[in-house]
Ligand binder design. Structure first.
Ligand code: AMP
Ligand code: GLY
Length: 427
């Protein structure tokens, strides 16, 4: 069969690797792809928001399955356009992708269906938001309603910061129309965990847990990024916590979406915080996480095509997801300066060290060809993932492999997965 993957980051590289491992697949296309994905797929220069061109391409090539990676096209309704053209597609349609596309929608859904999350209020009027802040408890969290490249969340320590935040989101419109509505949310503390799941509209099957490191610098300092590295599984996500989440969060979310007439087919990413009051939802994403996909998919034993087909056909109850006992750690190599300004076009060397290895992967996030060279083309450049017998072992192997790659403004965090090594509450 022929598969089209829409996207061009580390997540799509990890998806492409999983798709390539399926014996059912003869040919993979990726739009737009990147220099790493080009080893596995034919990359086509069509942007992820060019729905009609992507649909024309799919029809012309006879694509049997399209897989959409990023949030923007999903929230924008790519799946509706593809389905109308008769293209079999894995991913939520527009009315389901709102689960990620509108934080106000997702908070209201959780409130209506009793799904544990931080207490909140939503405002369309900046004056009312400012008045509410006067009596609110600090710190407090402000969230622009819509997509904002993962940057629309502001954690404010005091009233002045919070008022400034409302100005930034609702008046200065730093995140554009995403800031027409704001969610003001109780600040929670605890360990964060990401649980990705396959969903077919009614059944949800969770993948192994992961933990991201969102801040740019060591010790969780510096600005928020898309993710600087992560590990899977999270030893903090115990069986007891899993039982609670399956019963109180995962199944109720899927049932709630169906009841609202928005059945969700695709991947729901549950961003959770393990608070002293029990697990609570921080956010939903309507897709694989990036870099979460880079640690979770290499551990998945199932044929990803079977799982995706089961989701589309509403037969996920027939699938048992299986994950390897190996742990995975991913360290992101970024361009120094990210998530602020940084230079691109730096030549990258050292890829050949990964050739033929099945326990270390070099996922490309922001790379492209420049003549015969591969050069940097983004803030997050590569995700170096290693599998090991434990998180400690995988961490050691991942950091070792980061040394195999060189480019002039290479930057990484040095403490990915350290929390696991230093934790006293787990073995
Ligand atoms: P989000 O884009 O919703 O994942 O938010 C980005 C990050 O902000 C999360 O990974 C958390 O670290 C933090 N965050 C979001 N909501 C809250 C909250 N209610 N309390 C504490 N931290 C939060
Ligand atoms: N790594 C977080 C995300 O994909 O949203």
């Amino acid at each position: 069969m022929k598969v089209l993957i829409v996207g061009g980051g580390g997540r799509e590289h990890a998806i492409a690797l999983a798709v390539q491992q399926s014996p059912q697949v003869d040919k993979i296309y990726c739009a737009p792809g990147n220099a790493g994905i080009a080893q596995l797929a034919e990359c086509v220069p069509i942007g992820v928001m060019e729905f009609d061109r992507l649909a024309d391409f799919s029809v012309e090539k006879g694509i049997d399955l399209a897989i959409v990676g990023p949030d923007d096209p999903l929230v924008g309704g790519i799946v509706d356009v593809f389905k109308k053209r008769g293209i079999r597609t894995f991913g939520p349609d527009k009315k389901a992708a709102i689960l990620e596309g509108s934080k106000a929608f997702s908070k209201d859904l959780m409130k209506k269906y009793g799904i544990p999350t931080a207490a909140y209020e939503r405002f369309d009027d900046p004056d009312k938001a400012l008045a509410y802040l006067e009596t609110a408890k600090m710190p407090i969290v402000l969230k622009a309603d819509g997509l904002a490249l993962g940057k629309g969340v502001l954690i404010c320590n005091d009233l002045d910061e919070a008022k400034e935040g409302i100005k930034t989101i609702m008046l200065d419109k730093k995140f554009g129309d995403s800031g027409n509505t704001v969610v003001i949310e109780e600040f929670m503390t605890g360990r964060e965990v990401s649980v990705l799941s396959f969903v077919d509209g009614k059944t949800v099957k969770t993948m192994s847990s992961a933990q991201d490191h969102k801040r740019a610098r060591d010790n969780d300092e510096g600005p928020n990024t898309g993710g600087m590295g992560n590990f899977s599984p999270s030893p903090f996500y115990t069986e007891e916590i899993d039982r609670f989440c399956q019963e109180k969060i995962f199944a109720p979310t899927v049932a709630a979406m169906a009841s609202e007439g928005r059945p969700f087919c695709g991947v729901i990413f549950f961003g959770l915080m393990l608070t002293s009051d029990g697990p609570k939802v921080l956010e939903y994403n309507a897709r694989f996480g990036d870099p979460e996909a880079q640690v979770v998919l290499p551990r998945m034993k199932n044929d990803i095509i079977d799982v995706m087909n089961a989701c589309i056909d509403g037969k996920l109850d027939t699938i048992d997801l299986e994950f390897s006992d190996k742990a995975a750690v991913c360290v992101v190599l970024a361009s120094d300066g990210y998530p602020g300004s940084y230079e691109k076009g730096k030549k990258i060397t050292g890829f050949e060290a990964f050739d033929g290895l099945d326990d270390r992967f070099c996922f490309h996030a922001g790379t492209k060809f420049d003549g015969g060279d591969i050069v940097t083309n983004g803030g997050r450049v590569l995700g170096i993932t290693a599998l090991g017998d434990s998180i400690a072992d995988a961490r050691k192997k991942a950091y070792e492999a980061t040394g195999w790659i060189d480019f002039s403004n290479k930057y990484m965090r040095s403490d990915i997965a350290n929390s696991v090594l230093s934790a006293s509450d787990i073995k």
